[in-house]
Design a protein around this ligand. Sequence first.
Ligand code: ARG
Length: 476
Amino acid sequence: MEQEVKEKPWTGRFTESTDAFVEAFTASVTFDQRLAYFDIRGSIAHARMLAEVKVISVEECEQIIEGLEAIQQEIEEGSFNWSIALEDVHMNVESRLVAKIGDVGKKLHTGRSRNDQVATDIRLWLRSETDTILAEIDRLQEALLRLAEQEAETIMPGFTHLQTAQPVTFGHHMMAWFEMLSRDRSRLIDCRKRVNRMPLGAAALAGTTFPIDRNITARLLGFDAPSENSLDAVSDRDFSIEFTSAAALLMMHLSRFSEELILWASDPFSFIELPDSFCTGSSIMPQKKNPDVPELVRGKSGRVFGHLIGLLTLMKGQPLAYNKDNQEDKEPLFDTVDTLKGSLKVYADMMPTVVVQRENTRAAAGRGFSTATDLADYLVRAGVPFRDSHEIVGKAVRFGIEQQRDLAELTLQELQQFSAVIEQDVFEVLTLEGSVAARNHLGGTAPEQVRSAVMRARARKAEELSGASAFQDQSY
Ligand code: ARG
């Protein structure tokens, strides 16, 4: 019964066949076959709509859907024969449909073009990938919240210029990362709204002469609405650029986390221990345990930044409406999604396994005069103008450097050489615990504040997750 259709569907006006190299050069099937599932869902919705508006009969529609579902099966099983000659995923699937169900299959493309079809496929695919990515962000954020709670009192040095600045709590540091991810998450959710517009019905560029109802297809495919303008619908790739831009920011954040983890896991820091399962050894230096995972994530940020520039450049010279240039949108977008998903997954898996070496972080905070600002604030509270107190503490620090002792290790008498207002109670502010506990206001590093930041974050997350059902794919 099955007839083999190998012929390209557009050869009617051609007299010569395609040059073999040109055929391979212009084909996209090697990479766009990953859109197949969404291509088929889009086609099924299109067929249903065509039947509803009576452009095809209900029987024809049923035959088409049955054929498409069978093709879906073949693809899943790996028995589908992808052909370069058939250029892309759309023509491969359509040609197979005609081979399976005969002439009825040729009716599927009524009122549609590959131009609106491909734009629809990418949007459906990206919407689904965005949801997976959002779930991975949630998982990583949960790991950070746990770590923040667990290490709410753990003292570590806070840095500016990578010089010891003031003591902070490890939990506070984790919550800083959490905040970055919260912004990333909201950027992706916002981007998703613009991804979720349906180009289908724009046809090649101007719409179609058939009495289509785009609201039906949009509803079937779970789009918020059909796009407004057919020229814009087939040529717009803003949504890919926007997604890649949000991804680039997210990768930049993961790269910064990575840089910190790499430093912290290094021997001179020894702030954390990464488990063996996330590290590799050296083939020559037996003592080495390398933090490959964060290093790779840091390295991978580069390709996503590159894809952003690549996509912007791809679009900048294109007149309306569709141009073949747009075929080049897929590989950068696919790689952006793969890189981001992989990096988030490995981070969400790795963070719960990080062991904080509390004694080392505390000892590091105890070096480097991290409570110097606390002494300056103490003097101000005793009536010394801040600029004078800064000068006084600077001298005390210089004395400490000469003596190789931290401020808290100087005696009261030694401290009093620098200012007579200093009393015994100064040692309360010079301790690391006193220093962090004193920064006890919204957004501060005090353990109490870290705990309430975690609580607020959990409440926010619960709200986000309860709204999440709105973002799940509808059943097509
Ligand atoms: N493979 C093409 C792409 O990725 C599909 C659209 C082709 N349209 C066309 N008129 N040649 O963009």
